[in-house]
Design a protein around this ligand. Structure first.
Ligand code: NAD
Length: 419
């Protein structure tokens, strides 16, 4: 892991790389590279033993030109101001690339949730929701789950907000449980867009998906669903998966569902009985496979590791898994990288559907959700390919940023500058 790479600097470099391919003033570019505002706050919460816990929490609202700020809330010890700023910027361009009417935001608490009881996590989440209350709302900023948060945390945030505001407003957060106003298909949406992007990518590159070998780094929500769908819907052969405990490998194939069940029971993928070998995460990332899916955290692949990657296609389920230097190495080596802002956009796209359903108080079937998601991802993929072929851009990431940034600029210019 290239921990020293600052993800906010990576985001800024990605925007600069794209901006080199069209006319944009330096002033406007500066606006596209920096958040509009960042909330940084201490949460003071009574712990189960009666002592006081103090936790640093953040919410970055990067850009609202195309609609309300939108983005997840992450609980992880590594959460910091620059990480949240980077993640919020990626959300702006992700929402623009799949053309949904949102800006971008992101939040997080610097905390290891595994060291806290459910009661403590509820108090910490409600304390954060109380701090967020003035700046969130279905027309202002709409949080969602991210690493180590899920339906439970979203339900607590919704309930805290609604109680304090004396209202019902399920669209204030997305990623809720179905009975609390969640959408069918939301839990699987991120992995589903990763699978759809991989399908379109293989088709575009003239590669066969059935039987193609796949390695997935990170076996949480995004990674495990992508693995399952690549296997069940496209006939791919998932040969290696990993989590923070290490990787398991079987060259003849793993059963994605069974590994997930094993992780659910034991807490990790390592020890899975049908694996022929255990590997390090680094070994997994450099396996000789047809498709590599990084689905853990930022900076998983740096330039050194990139020179050893053997896969010819990478589809990014995680946000920011490659450093900019790794991107350069992979572009030079003709490895095709299909970027996070398209491949994991399913999460925010179905969040958008959830928000639409909440506002209409009218709920869709899972097949309608999946159909609409497929339409958004396929259309976005086609837009990115058109840009890749028409402009002299080096890779699909730059193509995606060119498409996305131009949409944000158009919205900004149509609104005009005031005051
Ligand atoms: P998650 O908490 O469900 O899973 C993360 C997984 O990564 C866990 O299995 C963890 O053990 C593993 N992991 C952590 N560090 C690792 C390491 N060094 N090596 C290997 N594995 C490691 O989180 P998630 O929701 O699946 O998110 C994963 C990535 O996908 C993040 O980058 C997140 O921002 C992105 N993402 C998620 C969603 C979503 O809807 N869940 C949407 C868009 C993007």
């Amino acid at each position: 892991m290239a921990d020293e790479v600052n993800p906010f600097e990576s985001l800024q470099e990605q925007v600069d790389d794209a901006a080199a391919h069209f006319d944009v003033s330096d002033d406007l570019l500066a606006r596209l590279k920096n958040p509009e505002r960042v909330l940084e706050t201490n949460l003071s919460v009574e712990l189960d033993d009666g002592t006081l816990g103090v936790f640093r929490a953040y919410r970055s609202q990067f850009n609202g030109d195309r609609g309300p700020y939108k983005g997840g809330i992450r609980y992880h010890p590594g959460v910091n101001r620059d990480e949240v700023k980077a993640l919020s910027g990626w959300m702006v361009y992700k929402c623009a690339v799949v053309d949904i009417p949102y800006g971008g935001g992101k939040g997080g608490i610097a905390i290891d949730p595994h060291r806290h009881s459910e009661e403590e996590l509820e108090r910490i989440t409600r304390a954060f929701a109380t701090e967020l209350r003035p700046i969130i709302g279905e027309d202002k900023d709409i949080p969602a789950p991210d690493v180590n948060t899920g339906q439970r945390e979203m339900n607590w945030i919704k309930d805290t907000y609604e109680t304090l505001e004396n209202t019902t407003e399920p669209g204030v957060v997305t990623g809720k449980a179905i009975d609390s106003g969640g959408s069918r298909g939301r839990v699987e949406a991120t992995g589903r867009s990763t699978m759809l992007t991989a399908r379109e990518a293989f088709d575009y590159l003239g590669k066969e998906m059935p039987g193609a070998t796949v390695a997935v780094q990170g076996y949480g929500n995004a990674g495990s669903v992508a693995a399952k769908l690549l296997e069940s819907e496209l006939g791919a052969n998932v040969v290696a998966v990993s989590d923070s405990s290490g990787a398991v490998y079987n060259p003849t194939g793993l059963d994605a569902e069974q590994v997930k069940e094993f992780k659910r029971e034991t807490g990790s993928v390592t020890g899975y009985e049908d694996a022929s070998e255990e590997l390090t995460n680094e070994e997994l990332l450099t396996l000789d496979v047809d498709l590599l899916v990084p689905a853990a955290l930022e900076n998983a692949i740096d330039a050194d590791l990139a020179s050893d990657v053997q896969a010819n296609v990478i589809v990014e389920a995680a946000n920011g898994p490659l450093t900019p230097d790794a991107d350069d190495v992979l572009t030079d080596r003709d490895v095709f990288v299909f970027p996070d802002i398209l491949a994991n956009a399913g999460g925010v796209t179905v969040s958008y559907f959830e928000w639409v359903q909440n506002r209409q108080r009218f709920y869709w079937t899972e097949s309608k959700v999946n159909e609409e998601l497929e339409r958004h991802i396929v259309e976005a993929f086609e837009g990115l390919v058109d840009c890749y072929e028409e402009l002299d851009v080096p890779n699909f990431r730059t193509a995606a940023y060119v498409v996305a940034i131009q949409r944000v600029i158009t919205a900004y210019e149509e609104a005009g500058t005031w005051p």
